[in-house]
Structure formats: C-alpha cells, structure tokens
Design a protein around this ligand. Structure first.
Ligand code: C2E
Ligand code: CA
Ligand code: CA
Length: 925
C-alpha cells in the first residue's frame, strides 16, 4: 500500500464517492516514497466510464507531489505543537526532552539531544541517544564536543559523521555508521544550546531544512521556559527558605511594618504573623536600641549602605528582653525605589547571657584579683623572663610602694630582692606536675621591714608560645608574725612584769641542767617571796600591788648577770635562775648568795606608790645544783623548802638548801605522809596546861595542846607537825578534832573553867569556821563564853576580811580571842586594838629574860600596861620560876602559864594529881 495507513480511510471514501457520483474529487494523503519516507501528495480521483458508458469499477488517480507544501505546513504545526509541549511541560528538562523527542520523531531521526555550555565544557542537558545510539557516546565524544563548539560559535548548523559502538553495531563487528546534525538553539543572538539530531539512515533534505528551521525557532521558547522555571524555582526556593528557615526572617516595609514573617521570627518575637503585620519593628524594639536601628534604616533608604547588621534588643509581649542579631538588606524595584527590607533575626539570648555571664565572671575574677587583700601577680616562669610581671593587683603595687620600691615593678626580683627569689626553675619543671612552691621572707623597705609569705603556682594550662606562667601570691604577714611573736611571748611570759613565766623558766632550767651536766658548772635557783605583800594589796589596792610587783621585778632584773634569768611564778613569787656557776660547789653557793644579797639590797630604796614610799623586803630560798638529773620540779621544790625556811627566819632573810634542810625536808615529807594516818589511827590526843590567875594563883583555865604519839617516831612535837599540817591543809581536820575534844572537856569541867585552843590560819580561812565551833559547843552543851581561841600575831595581820568577819562574829558570841606569841611578829598593840581580840599572850622569849634582862622587863611591862589601858587581858607564857611570876604580878599581868604552874598533861593525869579537884574544892569553899 502506498497510502499512509492514517490516510487510507479518507482516500477510500473519496474514491467511492467519485465512483458512485462520477464526479472527480481530490484529497491530500501521504504516500510512500521509494526511500520509505511518507510524502504528502495531491490525489485526484476521476471516475472512468466502462464500455457501457456507466461509471464503473475503476477510478483514475492522479498523483501530484504536495510534499513541499505539506512539509511546510506540517513544520508550522510542529512548531506550534512543540511550543505547546514546551509550555505544557512541568519542567524545563521535561520540555526539552519532549521537544527533542517530538522533533526527532518528526524528522525521523534516531536520537535527539541537547548540549549546553556550562562551566567550561559542553554537556548533555536533555534528550539523549536512543535506538542504535543508546550505547556510550564516549568514543566520539571529542568529535562531538568539537562539533558542538563549532556550531555554538558559528551559529551555523553542521553535519558530523559519527561512528557508534552500540551493541547492534558491535554485532556487525564494524559498528554502524551514522550522521549527526548539530543545530544551534538561538535566542536573542546567543547560542543557548546545541541540538544534536542523529540518524543512521539518510534524511530528506527538505526535512532537514525544516528541522533546522523549526529548531532554530525553538531557542527563544526554551530560554523563556528556562528563565520562567528558574524564576519559579528561585521563588519557591526563597519561599521555602523563608518559611522553613531556622533563622527568623521578615519582610519589612520602608515604614517599618512587617509585610511578612516566617515561623521562626514569630516564634522568636512571641507574636503571630498577623500580630506582627499590625506592628512596626519600632514598637517592639527596646527603646535604648531604637535610635541606632532607625539610623541604620535611614542610611539604607538614603542609599548610604546596602546592608546592616546589629545586635539589638526586642521586647517580648510580656516586656521581656529578647536579644537578636539583625541582618537587613533592602530590596528596590527596577526604578531603584525601596520595596521592602529583608530582615534576618537570630536569637542570641543564650550567647548574650553567656557573654554577660562570662563578662560578670571576668569582672568578678578581676575584682577578686584587684581587691584581694593579698598581693598577686601573674608572672613568667621561663628562662631569662622568670619573674617578669604580666599583671599585678593593687595590693601588690601598694606593698611595693610601701617598701619604697620603684614602680611599676617589672620583675618580682625588684620587689623581693634576690635573697627572696622564688624557685622558678621548679615551677618551670613539668615533672613536678604543677605543684606550688612557697616560702616566707623578710623584705627590707624604706618604711621598715615587712614579712611576706610567697606562694607561687604554675598556671598549667596556659603555657603558650610566649612561655609558661605562674600566679604568685605575696601576702604581707607582718601583722600575723608580730601577733604570733606576741602570742609566743605571752605564752612564755608573765603579762604584768614581762618576765619569763613558769613554762619558760622550766625550759631554761632544763637547758641549763643539760649544759651543767656537760660542763660540770653549777646552777643556782633562787625562789623569792615578797614579805607581807598581802598587806600592800589589802591596804593600797590591787593596782598598787601590781605596780609594786612590776617595780620589784625591774629591780630583780637589775641584779642579774647576763647568764641569769628572772621569772615570775605567780602572785608574789619570783625565781632567778643562775646559769654557769662555778664547778666548785662552795664557790657556786657563794656566787648565789652574792646575787641574793644584791636582790635584798635592791629593795633598800622604798618603792613609790602614788606618793606613798613603800618599803619591801623579800625572803629568798636558794638552791645550788649540778646537772645531776634532778628533775626541774624537785629543784624548784628544794628551793621552795629553803624559802620556807627563810620565811620562818623572818623578814628579809635568805636560806639555802643544804644537807640539814634536805633532812628537814625529808622529815617533813615523812611527817606529812604519816600525819594523814594519825587521826584515823587514834595517835593524836590533847594535853592541857593550866592557866593561872596571877593575883590569886588559882587555875582559871586550860590551854589545849595537841600531842602526837607515833608508833615508831615516838612523840612528835607540835612545832614539827603543826607547820606541816598547816601546809598540807590537814590542819583543818586536826582543828576539828581539837574543837570537838575541847568542847567535850568544857562540858565536863566546872563552870568557872575556861579552855583555850590554838587555831591556825587555814582553819580561820574556812568560811564555816564559826559554824564548826558553834555547833561543837552546842552539841556538848557548853557556853561560848567559856572558850578561848589563840591566833598568832602574824595570822591576824595577814587575815583576809572574811577571816576577820568570822572573828568578830565569834567575839560577839562570847568567845575570847587572844594574840599568841605576842612580840615575835610585827604587830603593834595599837594596830591590834582595832582587831576583835580580848587578850594578849606575851611570848615566852620575853618572859624568859624578865628577871635578868632589863630590856625584856621594860618590854613586858609596857605591853602589860598598854594592854590594860586597852582593856585587854594579858597572859604571860613560859613562866618557869616564882620570881618571874612575882614580877609579872607586880606588873599587873592578869594570867600566867608555864612549867612553874603545870606542864601540859592529859586531862586524866591532871585529875589524878588532884590539883583540879583541889582548885574546885577551894573555889567552892
Ligand atoms: P603555844 O601556843 O605558844 O603553846 C605553848 C607552848 O609552850 C607549848 O609547846 C608548851 O608545851 C610550851 N610551854 C608551856 N610552858 C612552858 C614553859 O614554862 N617552858 C617552856 N620551855 N615551854 C613551855 P608545844 O605544846 O610544843 O606547842 C608548840 C606550839 O604548837 C604551840 O605554841 C602552838 O602554837 C602549837 N600548837 C599546839 N597545839 C596546837 C593545836 O591544837 N592547834 C594549833 N593550831 N596549834 C597548836
Ligand atoms: Ca597557844
Ligand atoms: Ca605561845
């Protein structure tokens, strides 16, 4: 069949009509050429009459070539179709592919493709090989590229013979030969692409012409399509970017109102798109930032700048501050009129907060550094730069200024001096693992010396190219040092006098003993006790007492050799340690007594206390020892024993600890031990000595005297054990025993008999002394006015106010109070008259010499007459002879006691001898 299948029906219809009507008719159909191409042809059907003259079976067909005309009109409709295809395609690529495909099919090409020059090379942008050309194009790529290039530059179409290597061609071993037609796609004078149409068979020239023509006209359509697509894409991309951007974006009109805002911006500003549309950025800008922002906007609108970026604060709906990083660009229309701003806003709250935090932290650190009460410096530690100060604080600078250093100080050495150099090499040593170094040193400066503590720590993580660093603290510890020294001093010194205290002297004594053990030299210990210091305290007050102590301390110090130390042990007790005395004990003792004498002499001049010239004396106990391992306590104890001895000797005396004293002390300590058992073991009893009324020679009373019968020591005299008991306070128990016994005796004796008992200071010092006495009297039903108590003169002088009050109380209750051993102490009778006493006992030592010694006689006489004047009774002690008694009677002495009248005896012995009985009988008679 020659007619194209699509055209056969119409050809048929026309032919039938011609056959039946006999009228000729034409139609245009496609007919096949010998080259198997379809060509348009004008067909004219004429009915042919048969032999009978009827229109018969046959029609005459006249064919004329209409292809050129058809082709042209087809090309026209192809162009329209292609344009429609291009327009209808979803994308440019699709438009290209569909267009190329249609073009190829129309021109019966086997493949169509498009090349585009892009980034320095030609590349396939659409279509592609098909049919026999679906294999790789590589073998002829270079030739193609060249062809494409030529066509692009000349804008003339061209043919290229190509050899393909398709699978089919390879089967022929030779490969098929083909031709490619390259046509430039032109638009507004530019080659925008090159189309390659490839055909294995030959193509009619007319077709080629038309294809070139059609393709040539497609360039503009493609370009348009592409531009449109790019625009759409760009628009879509922008919208996407706008909407989806994590950064806040807004379109802002020149007057500041938001034309659009993306979700991020709404989120950031806490406002909806609509809400933003109603507000300008001015309304939501922090007032403090508005001015700057508006200035930028102005510059943009004026064309002074095209973009700006600033950090500013927006206001949240609740008034909170939102920090944003704003980047703005201005979009203008073609005429250059501002259209809108594109604003990008990034929330930088976190960064701002972090910045603020870090700024605060830096500021805090800086302040801590600057305001530190400790001098601080950041220094280099490496090599020749060691000690170079990079930063220093105020304290360090003021320390430098205080020391008169030249400021600013460039290197620590300038501040510390070389002797206080820090061991920078250690700091620089990474092996030490960043351990700090510290030291203390003394800095000499223009305004005196300062003590500093240095601590340097390497800054481990900050070693940089410039080297390694250290933080150095320089603490002024002068005050601390002084306080520490003061503390150390006060721990070892007496606050009042500034002399060493017990702790320090003990330490010095220990050291002296060690030296003595090595050298064989002797050590002297001198215990000093102020005589009657209590009087000064009581009469002039404690402040005067303190001043007195200070003064005597100074005088003691003036007596010392360089090797001696004076210390205050407490109260009015001092000690002098004499170091490095002679190795010869006799010489050493002499040296010590020389010093002791100097001490006595130093007090010769009275001490001025508020205008009162106060005379002071001291008792001194000395002890010379070698470094024989004697403990410090024992050494002090020995000196104390000597002091005790000196006290017994009276005022202003020195006693030394010698063998005698050692024995005494030894005995005393034994007595002290034994005495504790004496009372419970019933070794104590009382002896009674009669008291005689001189003018009647009658016994009017008894004095109770304590007796101790020790199983092995025998009878121990009271002079030996009473002082020991007084020192150990056993005297209180002994006193209670005596009180008890005396009251019992009183109860069993006739009414007129009085009993006297001796009372020690320790007893009177007890606040319950009066109660003890009164309750014993009550218990035995004895009247208080039959009891006498005897106190020594010194006891009365030294008695505390509370003791004196108790005496007053007792006197009020009727108890007679007497001064024992009168004359041995320092009290004058006139002084005693103010005390609550009723009688005076003249000491035996005066009575003894009353007959032979005129002085004694004068004294006793004076005492008796003065006592009588004061209304005090007198008792003479130790009357051993009748002439003494006679003399005393003549002197008007009231009573007497002594062996002449009777020795102290147990009560039972008195009764047995009958004198009491006799007295009784006489009295009754
Ligand atoms: P004192 O109170 O002066 O007692 C008198 C001392 O003189 C007694 O010594 C007595 O035996 C002694 N004596 C009496 N007449 C003569 C005499 O004619 N010639 C001589 N040479 N001596 C005579 P004694 O008993 O050894 O007592 C000594 C001191 O012991 C007493 O002196 C007294 O101070 C104290 N004492 C005795 N008993 C007690 C007591 O119970 N309590 C207290 N606190 N002290 C007591
Ligand atoms: Ca007595
Ligand atoms: Ca006496």
């Amino acid at each position: 069949m020659l007619v194209h299948p699509d055209d056969r029906e119409i050809a048929h219809t026309v032919r039938n009509r011609v056959r039946t009507t006999g009228e000729g008719q034409g139609v245009q159909v496609r007919v096949r050429t010998r080259s198997a191409r379809w060509l348009w042809a004008d067909c004219w059907f004429t009915s042919i009459r048969d032999s009978s003259g009827n229109f018969g079976e046959h029609t005459l067909l006249e064919l004329s070539d209409a292809s050129a005309q058809f082709l042209r009109s087809e090309a026209l409709s192809l162009l329209v179709e292609l344009r429609n295809l291009i327009d209808a395609a979803a994308t440019f690529e699709q438009a290209l592919n569909v267009g190329l495909d249609r073009l190829a099919r129309w021109g019966r090409f086997d493949a169509a493709s498009a090349w585009e020059f892009d980034q320095g090379s030609w590349s396939l942008i659409g279509g592609g090989p098909s049919g026999p050309f679906d294999g790789p194009l590589t073998p002829s790529l270079t030739a193609r590229s060249e062809a494409v290039l030529t066509v692009a530059s000349t804008q003339e179409w061209a043919w290229l013979d190509t050899k393909t290597t398709t699978g089919a061609a390879l089967a022929d071993a030779e490969g098929a030969r083909a031709r490619s037609l390259f046509i430039p796609l032109l638009s507004t004078g530019d080659t925008i692409a090159v189309v390659e149409l490839c055909a294995a068979a030959s193509v009619d020239d007319e077709v080629i012409e038309l294809v070139i023509d059609v393709a040539g006209q497609l360039g503009g359509a493609f370009r348009q399509r592409r531009i449109e697509q790019e625009l759409v894409l760009a628009q879509r991309r922008f919208e996407l970017a706008f909407d989806e951007a994590s950064i806040g974006m807004g379109l802002v009109a020149p007057d500041g109102t938001f034309l659009d805002a993306n979700a991020s911006l709404c989120n950031l500003l806490g406002r909806s798109r609509d809400e933003l549309a109603e507000t300008g950025f001015q309304a939501i800008t922090h007032p403090d930032d508005l001015e700057d922002d508006l200035a930028f906007v102005h510059q943009m609108l004026n064309g002074e700048r095209t973009t700006y970026q600033t950090e500013k604060r927006y206001l949240g709906v609740d008034g909170s501050v939102i920090w944003g990083l704003l980047s703005v660009s201005l979009v203008r229309d073609d005429a250059g009129q501002p259209l809108h701003f594109i604003s990008q806003i990034q929330n930088i709250d976190d960064r701002k907060r972090a910045e603020a935090d870090s700024a605060r932290s830096v500021a805090r650190f800086r302040a801590a550094f600057d305001d530190s009460p400790i001098g601080m410096a950041l220094t280099r530690v490496d090599g020749e730069h060691a000690g170079d100060i990079i930063e220093s604080n105020d304290r360090l600078r003021s320390l430098a200024a205080d020391l008169g250093r030249q400021t600013p100080i460039a290197n620590l050495d300038d501040l510390l001096g070389t002797e206080n150099c820090l061991p920078f090499d250690q700091l620089n040593d990474p092996e030490r693992g960043g351990a700090s170094v510290s030291s203390e040193g003394q800095l000499d400066g223009a305004n005196g010396e300062r003590w500093v503590r240095l601590i340097a720590a390497p800054v481990s993580d900050v070693a940089d190219d410039a080297g390694r660093y250290a933080v150095v603290q320089i603490e002024d510890i002068t005050e601390q040092r002084l306080a520490r020294d003061r503390l150390a001093h006060s721990a070892l010194h007496d606050e009042l006098t500034g002399l060493p205290n017990r702790a320090l002297i003990s330490a010095r004594l220990g050291a002296a003993q060690e030296r003595s053990a090595e050298s064989g030299c002797h050590i002297g210990l001198m215990l000093i006790d102020l005589d009657n210091f209590k009087d000064v305290n009581d009469s002039l007050g404690h402040q005067a007492g303190d001043r007195l102590l200070e003064e005597v301390a100074g005088r003691f110090v003036s007596c010392l050799r360089p090797t001696d130390t004076a210390a205050r042990l407490g109260g009015d007790e001092f000690v002098i340690l004499c170091d490095g005395l002679s190795a010869d004990v006799g010489r050493a003792q002499h040296e010590v007594s020389t010093i002791a004498q100097r001490v006595h002499d130093s007090l010769e001049l009275p001490i001025d206390l508020d205008g009162t010239a106060q005379r002071m004396t001291v008792s001194i106990g000395t002890h010379v020892a070698a470094g024989n391992g004697e403990s410090i306590d024992v050494a002090l104890c020995d000196a104390d024993a000597a002091l005790y001895e000196a006290k017994i000797l009276g005022r202003s005396q020195t006693a030394s600890f010698d063998d005698d004293l050692r024995r005494k002390t030894h005995d005393r300590s034994r007595i002290s031990r034994e005495l504790r058992r004496a009372l419970p073991d019933g070794q104590l009893h009382l002896a009674y000595q009669p008291v005689i009324q001189l003018n009647s020679r009658r016994t009017i009373g008894l004095e109770a005297l304590l007796r101790w019968e020790h199983p092995s020591l025998g009878s121990v005299p009271p002079d030996q054990f009473i002082p020991v008991a007084e020192r150990s306070n056993t005297i209180v128990q002994l006193g209670e025993y005596v009180t008890e016994q005396v009251c019992e005796t009183l109860a069993n004796r006739p009414e007129f008999m009085r009993v006297a008992m001796n009372v020690s200071a320790g007893q009177l010092a007890r606040s319950n002394f009066v109660d003890t006495v009164m309750s014993a009297l009550e218990r035995h039903g004895a009247a208080a006015n039959r009891l006498s108590i005897e106190l020594t003169e010194n006891m009365l002088i030294g008695a505390a106010d509370s003791s004196l009050r108790q005496l007053h109380e007792l006197k009020e209750l009727g108890v007679a109070i007497g001064v024992d051993d009168f004359g041995t102490g320092y009290a004058s009778l006139t002084y005693l008259k103010n005390l609550p006493i009723t009688f005076v006992k003249i000491d035996r030592s005066f009575v003894e010499g009353i007959v032979d010694n005129k002085d004694d006689r004068v004294i006793v006489n004076a005492v008796v007459s003065l006592a009588n004047d004061l209304g005090l009774a007198t008792v003479a002690e130790g009357v051993e002879h009748e002439d003494q008694a006679t003399l005393l009677e003549e002197m008007d002495c009231t009573y007497a006691q002594g062996y002449h009248f009777g020795r102290p005896k147990p009560l039972a012995d008195h009764d047995r001898s009958g004198w009491l009985h006799k007295e009784l009988v006489e009295r009754v008679r």
